[in-house]
Design a protein around this ligand. Structure first.
Ligand SMILES: O=CC(=O)O
Length: 392
């Protein structure tokens, strides 16, 4: 058996198999969680509810809270500025009463946090990635880690394709450009004059556009190297096939049932690609997997799309390569030190920036909250702390 904790998706060694925990999870939300009970009574008695420590999901959390307010006493560590120990003291909560954490990648669940909570048994994250959780420490203490965002793959793949189209067509840059066009046309012109003026404007604006932006690229027929062919990478490949792209990939192991060419070496993959799409998880093997050598291999017309984690790319080198026109462009949903973004990127019109938002559809959120609640309900109702949670 491998480690105690595993991510469902974005796994560099993704096998396509689903997390067994959820495969076997048929228990619906408990009747209490669908309860009709009086909200106010529950609120009044909230100190008698099970404590649930909540880390880092200020956006998703209200959805989860609304669905589950009657089941837990939420200890919202994400909204506190003080150290966790002090926060719990202020809340009059004994650290040893906490068995579960609900979190997302915005806030780290570090070894210090884990050591502070001797009864911690389960961490549920509403994300695909689990790199914000100290998995080694979890393994050491027999703590289950449940990632509930396996269904985000389609959303993340949509975002990857959106970013790619945007970079190649410079859609965001063009949008900004058009917004700067001058005042609207005077209304008192005759119809003929208006048509003439529009034709002149369109011609000169088109010329101006090309002069300031250069030509853009079509996506059709491009060679796309996918790094990490798990659920997300596969969903990206499927979408890009519709654009007649030629797909190839790198992952830790060659996938037996996949017909796309496999490259065990990322530099070689880059050398044969026009576009690299990063979909793998972040771990010690994949940190800075995209370094200067890979970017130079990709070449001056190359585009990088990152929907995995920021630290998959050596960000300083990325900035340098973009500034020196060693690669053509980048679409980035993630950054190495979020929420910090290198200043230089703001000035580049061949870069499209997105705030780590590729799984932020309300559909995914709702699903993820539901699955998180289910995981917690199963844990608390059956206390299955010894149930294996591993992929094969
Ligand atoms: O980053 C988002 C996720 O891991 O789901």
């Amino acid at each position: 058996m491998a480690e105690m904790c595993s991510a469902i998706d974005l796994d560099y060694n993704e096998t396509g198999s689903k997390n067994k925990y959820f495969d076997s999870l048929t228990v619906p939300l408990s009747t209490s969680s669908m309860a009709t009970g009086d909200q106010h009574n529950h609120k009044d008695n909230k100190e008698q509810l099970r404590p649930l420590l909540v880390f880092g999901p200020p956006t998703i959390f209200p959805v989860f809270e609304a669905q589950n307010f009657h089941n837990y006493r939420f200890l919202k560590a994400f909204s506190s500025q003080v150290p966790l120990r002090q926060f719990l003291t202020e809340q009059k909560v004994d650290p040893s009463s906490i068995q579960a954490i609900f979190c997302n990648p915005v806030q780290k669940v570090s070894a210090d946090v884990i050591r502070l909570l001797p009864s911690l048994r389960i961490i549920v994250t509403s994300s695909t990635g689990t790199d914000h959780i100290d998995l080694v420490e979890c393994s050491r203490h027999g703590i289950q880690v449940v990632s509930t965002a396996g269904d985000h793959a389609g959303d993340v793949a949509d975002m990857a394709v959106g970013l790619l189209l945007d970079v190649m067509w410079k859609i965001s840059a063009a949008d900004l450009h058009v917004r700067k066009w001058g005042p609207s046309m005077p209304l008192n012109l005759s119809f003929g004059s208006k048509v003439l003026l529009i034709l002149l404007l369109v011609q000169s604006m088109g010329a101006l556009y090309i002069a300031s932006f250069g030509f853009v690229f079509q996506l059709k027929g491009k060679r796309v190297g996918i790094v990490g062919l798990g659920k997300i990478g596969t969903a990206v490949a499927k979408r890009l096939e519709a654009f007649d792209c030629r797909i190839m990939y790198n992952s830790r192991n060659e996938k037996p049932f996949v017909s796309y060419p496999f490259y065990s070496n990322v530099v070689e993959l880059a050398g044969n690609s026009d576009v690299l799409v990063l979909c793998c998880s972040l771990n010690e093997q994949t940190r800075h997997i995209i370094n200067r050598e890979v970017m130079l291999g990709l070449g001056k017309d190359g585009v990088i799309i990152n929907v995995g984690r920021g630290a998959l790319i050596d960000e300083k080198e990325l900035v340098r390569c973009l500034m020196e026109a060693e690669i053509w462009g980048a679409g980035l949903d993630v950054f190495e030190n979020e929420p910090k973004v290198p200043n230089e990127l703001f000035a580049l019109d061949n870069v499209v920036l997105s705030p780590h938002a590729s799984s932020f559809t309300s559909d995914s959120f709702t699903e993820s909250c539901k699955r998180s609640a289910e995981a917690l309900e199963v844990f608390f109702s059956s206390n299955i702390s010894s149930t294996p949670l591993l992929d094969d």
